[in-house]
Design a protein. Structure first.
Length: 320
């Protein structure tokens, strides 16, 4: 049945009946709240489900989206973004400060991405549609990035950065504008995609722009949240050594992605940090983005408190 509906969508789209194709596919791919969680009320987290299981949903996406992309590329992109936005609002209770950092730590395919059936499939669909559109017409890059950012939600801002990681080599202006936006630099929810963009973007920057970014690293983190979380954990007041270690870990982790391209004086400073707090270990993306060295309990505790504070201001973390 589902495949027959998909076949009809393809025939309508390829036959020039675009409006009918979109109306049909919007119903086919609609994401709705699981009835078992719908009673929780507006703003609550409700499990999103489709009108089919995950396997059939993925097949339907792969069957229908190419035809819609041929018929009306930007409309297909917007429709898929709408589907993703609806799924995220259901799962996270918001369309702005979503928790995609926890259930999709990396926009690119990554072993640490958790299994989130409908949200995950739609993130991948939006990402891949954007890449296909830019491959067909490179001039669309800026427009698509702005289109994603205009939606406001964290997952869409992450998708925009990922698009620049993948296709932004020829548009250094777009890359620099985002790397030199301090709010993005400080947003832990963007940390993974921002760091990936920094790897290619930093060495292409002129020295004066590199200096701006490095001045933010030099200034260090806001420690107020760190101090509050430390006290709330029942450990008493943090010592100056605790605070300085947190600052060193924070600076090391911000410099790590660009360590090979640092100016000499900053490379020496980075090497000094490595001697002080050790090499960055295997990163656990998402909520533990700052907990770089998992086998050091005291460092993990320090970084975890800071990460929770930055990500969870006024919210409760997802369980699991």
């Amino acid at each position: 049945m589902i495949e027959r509906v998909g076949d009809l969508v393809v025939r309508l789209a390829d036959g020039g009946q675009t409006a009918a194709a979109f109306e049909l596919v919007t119903g086919l791919l609609a994401v709705v709240p699981d009835p078992r969680t719908e009673a929780r009320g507006r703003g609550a987290k409700r499990r999103p489900i489709g009108q089919m299981d995950e396997w059939h949903y993925e097949r339907a996406l792969k069957q229908c989206l190419p035809a819609l992309l041929r018929a009306a590329p930007l409309d297909a992109f917007d429709m898929t973004c709408d589907l993703l936005g609806g799924a995220v609002e259901l799962s996270d209770g918001t369309t702005d400060a979503d928790h995609s950092w926890s259930w999709r730590p990396a926009i690119e395919d990554h072993a640490q991405n958790r299994h989130q059936p409908f949200q995950g499939l739609l993130v991948t669909a939006v990402r891949d549609l954007g890449r296909q559109l830019v491959a067909q017409d490179a001039s669309l890059l800026e427009h698509l990035v702005q289109r994603l950012e205009a939606r406001g939600g964290l997952v869409f801002r992450r998708l925009a950065l990922d698009m620049l990681v993948n296709d932004g080599a020829s548009r250094r202006d777009l890359v620099e504008a985002r790397l030199l936006d301090k709010s993005r630099f400080e947003d832990l929810g963007l940390r993974h995609e921002y760091s990936r963009l920094l790897v290619g973007g930093f060495p292409a920057m002129p020295p004066e722009k590199q200096a701006t970014l490095l001045s933010w690293v030099d200034a260090g983190p806001d420690i107020s949240g760190f101090l509050r979380r430390w006290a709330e954990n029942g450990d008493g007041a943090a010592t100056e050594a605790d605070v300085e270690r947190y600052r060193d870990i924070w600076r090391r982790d911000r410099l790590a992605p660009i360590s090979a391209d640092l100016p000499p004086e900053w490379r020496a400073r980075y090497d000094s940090l490595l001697k002080s707090v050790g090499e960055p270990g295997a990163l656990r993306l998402g909520v533990l983005a700052d907990a770089a060295v998992i086998d050091r309990p005291e460092e993990l505790a320090t970084a975890f408190r800071a990460a929770i504070d930055e990500l969870g201001r006024g919210t409760q973390l997802n369980g699991g």
